[in-house]
Design a protein around this ligand. Structure first.
Ligand code: FES
Length: 584
């Protein structure tokens, strides 16, 4: 029987999970073998070899993963070279661009898809092909729960955008030029040219948005090859990284190197540290908490808060930085360079998919442009990218990204202007008679996990048109929704508990004074407890969002933002572990 050997091999072919399907001399195994042969395979293709699933999130609705249609062949090449048997399994593609009402409604559906695809098929290990925002945490959530050897292959960022010789950044420049257009500063023809120039190649958003953040998190956690997350999708290095991921997963099966061995509490603390240093998307908080809880690690908002006090933002990438994009980050040394720069803040003995530690992987990594990857002594923001605020508006916490907002709003008191839903906000925001000034705190509620539903990225509320025309480009905005990682501004997000289930945000009224103090990490409405009690007694629960289908299940089981927005029944502590499928 053919059997691959690695220096760290701990198992043999007879112990492979796939052998349950292919090896027995019985009628069911006859069916599995004969149907493999129906696809043109011979026993030489699979006997004694690990079957490697490739969860591919390619679809024709997923521009960020366009290259996965061919990149999967590079992954397969690596698997075959190392003596494995590849089995591509299509998974939900979760296109951030096209899927409505929001991909966050479906992150857990892809997580379930991934877990059950792995559980139900004859596979021994998996390559996870993702990148566009929710695909990374979703694939990892499923893989963590299934706990087969897994390696994450990131899609990589797209090339820089270009318009009339100006560099364009995903999302960030869409918001920026949209405001310029609303202010009458660019023409309709210019706007069409921006549309054509902002996304020029396959790959994910190339600002430090949620996609780039989560790919960097996967690598820091130890779930990707060193340097993988920074490689632009269109760079030939990306193809080589794909085939190397295929080669490596085969050895990981023989070594029985599973996610639970990699995803320790220290690995998550490293991810949080790096999130702060790269100027991460606010979405990282939700996804990292969810993944940690699946891995059985106790990670919460307090861990982010501690890291934010001591780790500065050193990646000069938009939207926290003012100039550079992911392509520049790669040329400057990429994530290994950044990790080496903050080595003193990391637990360098955490294990990774290479079988080596994080510290061994980054040893000798260099920085080639210290304006893109700064030193700790010369950061772009002295504290971490995110701050967690608490107070009578958000007893379970909320989040702001101080590195990407106007400093004058870090301590602010202003009157609330409250919108109960997005349509009423949209209808009012461009009115000339809107009673609003630069000091107003715009509030949107019923936009959380249940209220949105799915916690849409509405948190960067548009600046009222009359203020845009006066030159205002930032003001305090507060909601229980999320915002795109490519967004910026004084946006307070993820208010927990959310208003839809009766969190204090449901009790705010237009005209109430709202006080924000990022240095003291507080957010409060200046309303007496007695008055709040009166308002609570008068509050009525909103109508249910769904009465059937997936949405019905979602609203019954989704957890709040501070708990990671997982489904309660998917969390590791919920009930007994699921056993392997019977084969009769
Ligand atoms: Fe896919 Fe931004 S839309 S990463």
């Amino acid at each position: 029987m053919a059997e691959h050997k690695t220096s760290k091999q701990v198992r043999d072919a007879a112990s492979l999970r796939s052998a349950r399907w292919f090896a027995p001399d019985d009628l069911r195994a006859f069916g599995h073998r004969s149907r493999a042969m129906q696809m043109g395979y011979a026993p030489e293709d699979w006997v004694g070899k690990p079957v490697i699933a490739i969860l591919n999130t390619w679809s024709e609705a997923q521009p960020c993963h366009m290259h996965f249609k061919s990149r999967v062949d590079d992954v397969k090449r690596g698997i075959l070279q190392a003596g494995g048997f590849p089995m591509e399994l299509p998974a939900l593609s979760l296109s951030e661009s096209f899927l409505k009402p929001t991909t966050m409604l479906y992150r857990n559906l892809l997580a379930m898809d991934a877990e059950e695809l792995l559980r139900g098929h004859p596979v021994d290990g998996v390559v996870l092909m993702g990148g566009c925002d929710k695909t990374t945490p979703a694939l990892l959530l499923g893989a963590i729960s299934m706990n087969l050897p897994a390696i994450y292959m990131p899609a990589g960022p797209m090339l820089r955008g270009n318009w009339k010789g100006k560099v364009l950044g995903s999302g960030s420049d869409a918001w920026k030029y949209w405001d310029e257009r609303r202010a009458g500063k660019i023409s309709d023809a210019d706007w069409v040219d921006v549309e054509a120039g902002i996304a020029r190649s396959y790959g994910t958003c190339m600002t430090m948005g949620t996609a780039a953040t989560m790919m960097a998190m996967a690598e820091t956690l130890g779930m990707s090859l060193p340097g993988a997350s920074s490689i632009p999708a269109a760079d030939a290095n990306h193809i080589r990284m794909a085939s190397e991921s295929g080669r490596r997963i085969v050895d990981m099966v023989w070594e029985d190197l599973t996610p639970r061995k990699i995803l320790t509490r220290d690995a998550f603390l490293n991810a949080i540290t790096v999130a702060m240093a790269v100027g991460c998307s606010t979405n990282a908080i939700i996804h990292l908490i969810a993944m940690a809880r699946r891995a059985g690690q106790d990670i919460g908002l307090d861990d982010f808060e501690r890291a934010s006090r001591k780790v500065p933002v050193i990646a000069n990438i938009r939207p926290s930085g003012d100039k550079y994009l992911m392509e520049d980050f790669f040329y400057a040394g990429g994530l290994p360079g950044l990790l080496e720069q903050i080595r003193d803040h990391l637990h360098v003995d955490t294990l990774t998919v290479t079988g080596e530690t994080l510290g061994e992987n980054i040893k000798g990594a260099e920085i080639y442009n210290d304006d893109v990857i700064r030193t700790v002594q010369n950061p772009i923001y002295a504290e971490g990218a995110l701050a967690v605020l608490k107070g009578n508006l958000a007893p379970d916490g909320c989040v702001i990204k101080p590195s990407a907002c106007a400093p004058k709003f870090l301590k602010h008191t202003g009157p609330a202007l409250v919108f109960d839903d997005y349509p009423s906000m949209k209808a009012a925001i461009d009115r000339d008679d809107l009673d609003v000034t630069e000091d107003t705190v715009l509030i949107l509620r019923n936009a959380g996990p249940q209220g949105g539903p799915g916690m849409p990225e509405w948190g960067m509320l548009p600046i009222p048109k009359k203020l845009v025309q006066q030159g205002v480009r930032d003001m305090v905005r507060l909601s229980d929704s999320r915002m795109s990682g490519t967004s910026y501004g004084a946006c307070i997000l993820h208010v927990s508990p959310e208003s839809y289930i009766g969190g204090p945000l449901a009790l705010v009224r237009t005209g109430d004074m709202i006080s924000l103090d990022v240095d003291r990490r507080t957010i409060n409405m200046n309303v007496s407890d007695e008055e709040l009690a009166r308002r609570r007694a008068a509050w009525k629960k909103p109508e249910p969002r769904y009465e059937r289908g997936y949405g019905w299940m979602f609203t019954r089981h989704i957890k709040q933002a501070n708990e990671g927005c997982d489904f309660d029944f998917l969390e590791t502590g919920f009930g007994a572990p699921v056993s392997e499928p019977s084969i009769y």
